[in-house]
Design a protein around this ligand. Structure first.
Ligand code: ZN
Length: 326
């Protein structure tokens, strides 16, 4: 039985068990005898999520929606298996992500390129394709009712182009996936939650990410519900932290770009920045303990910055090509 916490307003956070405790959350929303999951971890998370459902006394037939904020595998890897075991559910996914849920071949290959094939099998298990008849594509402005409870879908690129956030008017909270960064509870201090952006490969776009964060703030949310990990309040302060940190990542990336040891510079630079932010936040942990919590993100963020720099450079080249007078 996984750890769950009741966040009030009919929302429960369930630990998917991916990587370590308090790393990867699924949220369950209950309204009028209906239920929706928002993000579902990996295929290995599914038995725990269903056990949590049973523990709350919610029948499987009551689950009408499985919502994935984007198709990265720590959010959507378990979606196919969930759909197989939840007969009434429809899968709600961004239009750019839907083809990858219906045929996960390319998703698997793309993630294998980042993580390696062995780690993929060990960490994510098998991806189960979803019947296209059970897929609902949610573009910008899409509205859904869970019973009488309205959910509004916002296209929020920046972390990934197949990412939406979900506004829950009832609780005045936003399901942010990875758009509003990561806030591991172990990194909190007397100053409150510690937050940091995630620039995972392959679609990090700094300007779009800042614009998406600003857009979320426009709803004046009471709380953000992050996949990594769950509820944060103090939304304005955390947004300001994220904007500043994204700026620092961009500055680091620009300085490292064009250097022969760019990859090493980015890795050590990201690590230095992240550790510095955590230290400045007053988190009472040793460097080793902090490393154990963030080393994976340091690695992925450095890789994502590289992909962004390469894409940016190609973009600049083609821009100048098209602008060059005949
Ligand atoms: Zn992600």
């Amino acid at each position: 039985m996984p750890a769950t916490s009741d966040l009030g307003h009919g929302i429960h956070a369930i630990d998917t068990g991916f990587i370590r405790p308090l790393f990867d959350a699924s949220h369950l929303v209950l309204e009028d005898g209906q239920a929706a999951f928002v993000d579902v971890g990996t295929t290995f998370s599914v038995p725990g999520l269903l056990a949590a459902l049973d523990g709350l006394g919610v029948p499987r037939e009551a689950v009408t929606y499985v919502i994935v904020t984007h198709v990265h595998l720590d959010h959507a890897g378990g979606a196919g298996e969930m759909m197989r075991l939840l007969p009434q559910a429809k899968l709600v996914v961004h239009p750019h992500g839907a083809p990858h849920m219906i045929d996960p071949t390319r998703l698997w290959a793309g993630a294998s390129a980042v993580y390696g094939e062995d780690a993929m099998r060990r960490n994510y298990g098998k991806l189960v394709p979803v019947d296209p008849a059970r897929v609902i594509e949610a573009p910008e402005g899409f509205r859904l009712e869970l019973g009488s409870r309205p959910l509004l879908f916002l296209d929020t690129p920046g972390h990934a182009r197949h990412h939406f956030c979900v506004w829950d008017e009832t609780s005045r909270s936003m399901f942010t996936g990875d758009t509003f960064g990561l806030a591991y509870p172990q990194l909190a201090s007397s100053r409150g939650a510690f937050i940091m952006p995630t620039t995972t490969p392959v679609q990090f776009e700094p300007e779009a990410l800042v614009a998406s964060i600003d857009r979320l703030l426009g709803f004046r949310p009471r709380a953000m519900l992050l996949t990594h990990y769950s509820e944060v309040t103090e939304v304005e302060r955390l947004a300001a932290d994220l904007r500043r940190q994204i700026g620092e990542f961009v500055t680091l990336g620009r300085a490292a770009d064009g250097q022969p040891d760019r990859a090493a510079r980015l890795r050590s630079g990201v690590r230095e920045l992240v550790h510095g932010w955590i230290r400045d936040h007053g988190t009472p942990l040793t460097t080793e303990a902090v490393d154990a919590l963030v080393s994976l993100d340091v690695e992925l963020n450095a890789q994502g910055l590289e992909v962004w720099l390469d894409r940016d450079r190609r973009g600049r080249r083609s821009f100048y090509k098209t602008k060059r007078p005949g």
